[in-house]
Design a protein around this ligand. Structure first.
Ligand SMILES: NC(=O)c1ccc[n+]([C@@H]2O[C@H](COP(=O)([O-])OP(=O)(O)OC[C@H]3O[C@@H](n4cnc5c(N)ncnc54)[C@H](OP(=O)(O)O)[C@@H]3O)[C@@H](O)[C@H]2O)c1
Length: 253
């Protein structure tokens, strides 16, 4: 699928060293976008995505810990130095970090889960705002099905953080609409990436696939396609909304 209007757009995809972010960065490159590939700990992953982007389009490779305001500010400034502005910000970076139950989770874990998954979105959106105002651009935040169902097996704090991303998407959509900036989110179900290789057993992943109406777990590209739609003209009258990409695992009335 080619969205003609995306050609030449300046797109920053956080967490594109792996999984959903990597697939998204490559798909935007296939549309002819200038793509900011961002990584934090996985340099080789960032380099791999960047090499794929450069095969079909242009872009830049940038490092930042998104929990840190100074690093996020520099990330946005460096991206703009490379291409002159921002049309699309994809706040994809995030992590479960570990499985910790409310009963004995540490304060440090709680703070890290919220800094990684929620504060990162706030900081990046705030730093990008002046540029998005100029471009009348858009933001796509990546939430999670866990934000609806509370997660499972020590994923409750992560789930709570993702619920905050869902609400923040609506609140930002309201605040930024007068500037012509749309803000939406994508809520993935179980997507086969490093995330679940790290945090879920193969048995659990099989079980979820069996429970999923469409009969399989998702691929990173399934999520990337929804992100592209929300960044394109095809969704020009949609804001404060989310798309669930979960094969029917969670359906709203
Ligand atoms: N996979 C799923 O089933 C699923 C389901 C629902 C929601 N999600 C969400 O989808 C997004 C992408 O997940 P994924 O499955 O693609 O996971 P992944 O393969 O583990 O990728 C996570 C990305 O986030 C980046 N990241 C993590 N902590 C960071 C930090 N402090 N600062 C900057 N970057 C950071 C990682 O960068 P480095 O590795 O370079 O540090 C990596 O690029 C996340 O927000 C996740 O919560 C995933």
């Amino acid at each position: 699928m080619i969205y003609e209007d995306l050609k030449g757009k300046r797109v920053l995809v956080t967490g594109s060293s792996s999984g959903i972010g990597a697939a998204t960065a490559k798909m935007f490159a296939q549309q002819g976008c200038f793509v900011g590939v961002h990584y934090f700990r996985t340099k080789e992953g960032g380099e791999e995505t960047f090499a794929q982007v450069k095969k079909v389009s242009d872009g830049c490779l940038l490092k930042a810990d998104l929990r840190d305001k100074n690093e996020v500010t520099k990330l946005i400034q460096n991206f703009v130095k490379n291409c002159g502005g921002i049309d699309v910000l994809v706040n994809n970076a995030g992590s479960l970090i570990a499985r910790e139950f409310f009963a004995d989770a540490t304060d440090e874990y709680f703070d890290d889960a919220f800094a990684t998954n929620v504060k990162s979105v706030f900081l990046a959106a705030q730093a990008a705002l002046e540029y998005l105002k100029k471009s009348k651009g858009c933001i796509v935040n990546i939430g999670s099905i866990a934000g609806h169902n509370g997660g499972a097996g020590g994923g409750g704090i992560y789930a709570s953080a993702k619920a905050a991303v869902a609400t923040m998407t609506i609140a930002m959509a309201k605040e930024f609409a007068p500037f012509g900036i749309r803000v939406n989110s994508v809520m993935p179900g179980l997507i086969e990436t490093r995330f679940h290789e790290q945090f879920s057993t193969p048995e659990r992943r099989k079980q979820v696939a069996a429970e999923t109406p469409l009969g399989r777990n998702g691929k990173a590209e399934d999520v990337a396609k929804a992100i592209l739609f929300l960044a394109s003209e095809a969704s020009s009258f949609i804001t404060g909304e989310y798309i669930a990409v979960n094969g029917g695992l969670y359906m709203r009335a």
